[in-house]
Design a protein around this ligand. Sequence first.
Ligand code: ATP
Ligand code: MG
Length: 579
Amino acid sequence: MKQSQLWMPTLREAPADAEAVSHQLLLRAGIVRQLAAGIYTYLPLGRRILRKLEHIVREGMDQAGAQELLLPAMQPAELWQESGRYDKYGPELVRLKDRQGREFALGPTHEEVITALIRNELHSYRQMPVTLYQIQTKFRDEKRPRYGLLRGREFLMKDAYSFDADLEGLDRSYRRMYDAYSRIFSQIGLKFRAVEADPGTIGGDGGTHEFMALADIGEDTIVVCDQCDYAANLEKAEFRREAAAWTGQQQQMRATEPEKLHTPSIRSIDALVQALGCGAADIIKTIIYLADGAPLAVLVRGDHEVNELKLQYALSITELHLADADTVTRTTGAAIGFAGPAGLPIAVAVAVDAAVADMPVGITGANETDYHWSGIRPGIDFKLGIRGDFRNAAEGDGCPRCQTGQLVFRRGIEVGQVFKLGTKYSERLNARFIDAAGKEQPFIMGCYGIGISRLLSAVVEQHHDAGGIRWPQAIAPYQVHIVPVSMRDQHQVETAEQLYAKLSASGMEVLLDDRDERPGVKFKDSDLIGIPLRIVVGKAAAEGKVELKWRESGESQVVSLDEACAIAAGKKQERDNCL
Ligand code: ATP
Ligand code: MG
């Protein structure tokens, strides 16, 4: 492609409201344009990159034995009512009416549609396993569309659905998709982790993994081991339990009588640490929740955070949220910030995290506004109630898997998810097959998503520098960028044209900057759009030499024309191998 012909409206500055680096660069490099919040046009360069992503995802799916189809985006509301999600999905579901007033939704996901299709078409266990996928535009009226393509309202997703006759079959289908995802993300050149996640509200009876691209802008905290490949979402992360040694403060408190401390307006752990000169690990934090409507006091060490999910699972709680100020006062007799487990005025269930149970002594609220106690002994001054692991993993905790590593926190962007749905949708939509024993059974399903447009941004988050994007070979819009320094130098122009013809003929995707611009402008644009290999045709072209420059490493070398072609061809080979 000749750059003079390519419509690639680059910008010197990104609009002020583009916060994420990837958003700024995608706008500046002429890759996307915004139409409305969370709704984007892909310009020619953007469309090329999307196509490459789609291609890699398609190949990965096909290799894993999945078959492509295309489901409708416009879906009758009745289907969503049947699954029970019409109301549950809430305002994120884009709803519309046809001319007869019949209600429809624009698909945010396709479990309903695919289950309704299968229930009419698949009848026997012999027809399974089947995995079907599509690449399609999805609609979600997100509350906070932001960061460009990272959270859009209209976005491109690959979604796949597996149908199996038994749980072992589902395990196999799931594993195949999990492995395909790992290959796909590696091919794209993404640094990622597959993390154990919580099945959450989609429901279902199996496990789920989220594939997280590592990037500081990521909305999720993921917990990873610094030694092995253990990784989990913060809410799911486990850790190796080790009893902490007594701190100096604890030894001192243990040697003296409990003491009531006047702590006016000191409500937070930080403020207590400041005022008392103790460590956060010397404090027992008491948080009042409403668990299915009843007050519940949860105790964790001052340097730990409550993990609500673990609490919910351990105590079979359906609805859990922080108690309001009134409930706190009714439960503790004090304002928020002064709750403690000893001497609660009313009988309240108490959940005690294992690390608190291990403390010899601690500082707690006194259930009296403006007072705390020091020297409170778990198990002696208050009953240990329900004990368990109720806290989040913390940085520095031991890895639960490898026994030697330590956990560290990273930020991640969810680029894909694999999910064992079980029979949730097949039961609700009454989709059944006849098993080997001649009995009717609901299909056992899995669902598997990849955010293709989100991936585009995630790659840019990981691959850029101050000058612009650095596309990984596999998804670069072009592989080689030929830049003649001066279009007024006939020799340079001819050499560049020759190279362009030769490389293009060998099947390479080449962009030739044939614009009559100053070299500074050309190089700036070249850095910005980030094609992996640049061939600079300058004065040395007179001696048959050109400069190769790699965008990713910044390295460069001067070579002959033949060498330039050979090296570029090698790059093509590398890319083909990777596809
Ligand atoms: P999130 O938690 O980020 O809202 P999700 O868990 O609701 O995502 P899924 O239903 O699992 O998303 O969708 C499959 C994939 O689609 C996600 O892994 C993500 O990569 C992508 N995706 C989801 N929502 C969006 C969005 N608003 N914009 C772009 N991509 C999205
Ligand atoms: Mg998800």
